[in-house]
Design a protein around this ligand. Structure first.
Ligand code: ACO
Length: 429
């Protein structure tokens, strides 16, 4: 079969050259312009990566027009219905769902890696009580590189696998330790007899005076199921800003814990993972249904920086399949926890108003996953400043999967974009 190509012509010089079209399993063909400069003496300009693929990947597929999201080929709604978060993490990292024994071994190993070095508690104690937990996450996860550096041989796949397992295992422990530090409570150690989400809830909420888990080991299944669901929906999303940050940092051969810390920094922004916290702040600011038109007008006003948080997505232009699942879960969690949350009613009214507004319809702005996730976290008593931390725990499964994938690729190159220089030309002092 002949290789399909695209021709690029420089109209200034009349020169033209052919470039290969790369085709994935599904999805839009991609023009391979890696030789463009050699062939035509040109670079491409694509700020924000509107049309540029930065790598090949076999982990996650998104069709933004159709609202399709597949992890390793499996639709997100099927995984959300039938799997636990750690089953999905195994799938993302290994390419296939584990059989019973593989999954049991994986979960056992996660349990083994969960403990933090005692000295890390000293690091956490160094933060002021009112430090934002995301600031603490960046620092503490980055500091893991100080604990696991000299022994790490990045050329050894087994060393890489153990690093990935460590990050996945330790993330909820670090997250809950940061939260407890901020409220002045003692840290709770992870327990080998609890699942990933149960452990998170126990480490987060257990008090010396009031255990989260009773003597019969009862733990609220509604909270456990809701966490599993939210973690699955946030586990990966192909080359988003934080995953691309992890890949770019990793392309230099940097320590993996430092690369994940870079990803956490990128996730924190309100245009990305910080949106769930921003949605709650926005709903609280709007306050009541009668003020919705005022805020919709602000979101449409080009002279006002306000945006409707939790609306819009770079890739999804019809609906975010994660938002559809999470909206339903929101009703279920609120009903079963009988947590009457006026903010949820406000969110539903705001969604309805925006979806009927010409501006939002024309620009294809729909609620994204984070329009609802904060409401569920709130119903589970997770503090608002921990919402993006929750996202961090889940997305670690995706980050480490992408890191493992890229590190296993032969012929890795450092990520190094070009620029259009707009400064002064050569001049003398
Ligand atoms: N409210 C009002 N207007 C919006 C919104 C919004 N939430 N989102 C986009 N627009 C408008 C823009 O002003 C722009 O208008 P213009 O064409 O007249 O200039 C147009 O829609 C396209 O927006 P862009 O910013 O170019 O879209 P982009 O793909 O670059 O950004 C993003 C996507 C960052 C998600 C954006 O929609 C946004 O800021 N949303 C709010 C924050 C948010 O919810 N982020 C979470 C994303 S999901 C996640 O990371 C889990």
């Amino acid at each position: 079969m002949t290789q399909e190509t695209a021709t690029i012509r420089n109209n200034s010089t009349g020169e033209e050259a052919e470039f290969s079209l790369l085709k994935g399993t599904v999805g839009t063909p991609v023009v391979d312009v890696s030789n463009l400069n050699k062939q035509l003496g040109l670079f491409t300009f694509d700020p924000g990566f509107m049309s540029t693929a930065s790598c090949k990947s076999a982990i996650t597929y998104i069709d933004g027009e159709q609202g399709i999201l597949l992890y390793r080929g499996y639709p997100i709604d099927q995984l959300a219905e039938k799997c636990s978060f750690l089953e999905v993490a195994y799938l993302l990292m290994n390419g296939e769902l584990g059989n019973q024994q593989e999954q049991a071994e994986f979960e056992h190993e996660i349990g083994q890696h969960a403990m933090l070095h005692e000295a890390m508690h000293g690091f956490i104690d160094g933060f002021h009580y009112d430090a934002h937990p995301m600031a603490m996450m960046v620092g503490i996860v980055g500091s893991l590189s100080a604990f696991y550096h000299s022994e790490l041989n990045m050329n050894d796949p087994e060393h890489r696998r153990i690093s990935a397992m460590r990050m996945l295992a330790k993330m909820p422990v670090i997250a809950t330790a940061c939260h407890r530090h901020s409220i002045g409570y003692p840290f709770v150690y992870p327990r080998a007899d609890l699942s990933y989400c149960e452990n998170f809830l126990n480490m987060m909420f257990s008090l010396p005076s009031q255990k989260y888990i009773d003597k019969d080991n009862y733990i609220d299944p509604i909270a456990v199921n809701a966490l599993n669901l939210l973690f699955i929906l946030h586990a990966d999303h192909e080359q988003n800003a934080s995953t691309s940050t992890v890949r770019l940092a990793s392309s230099t051969g940097a320590n993996p814990y430092a690369c994940i810390a870079a990803g956490i920094g990128a996730l924190w922004g309100p245009a990305h993972g910080g949106a769930n916290e921003a949605v709650l702040s926005m709903l609280e600011e709007i306050g009541s249904v009668d003020r919705i038109p005022e805020f919709i007008a602000k979101a449409k006003d080009k002279n006002d920086p306000f945006r409707l948080m939790g609306f819009g997505h770079r890739v999804y232009k019809n609906f975010d399949p994660r938002a559809t699942i999470i909206r339903k879960a929101c009703y279920e969690v609120l009903e079963s926890t009988s947590a009457q949350d006026p903010l949820f009613d406000l969110a539903i009214a705001l969604e309805k108003f925006a979806l009927e507004d010409e501006y939002f319809v024309e620009k294809k702005l729909y609620p994204n996953v984070d329009f609802y996730s904060g409401i569920i976290y709130k119903a589970l008593n997770i503090p608002v400043d921990m919402f993006t931390v929750m996202f961090t725990i889940a997305r670690t499964a995706g980050w480490v999967s992408h890191w493992l994938e890229m590190m296993a690729e032969p012929g890795q190159r450092i990520g190094r974009p070009r620029q259009v220089y707009t400064g002064k030309n050569l001049r003398n002092v």
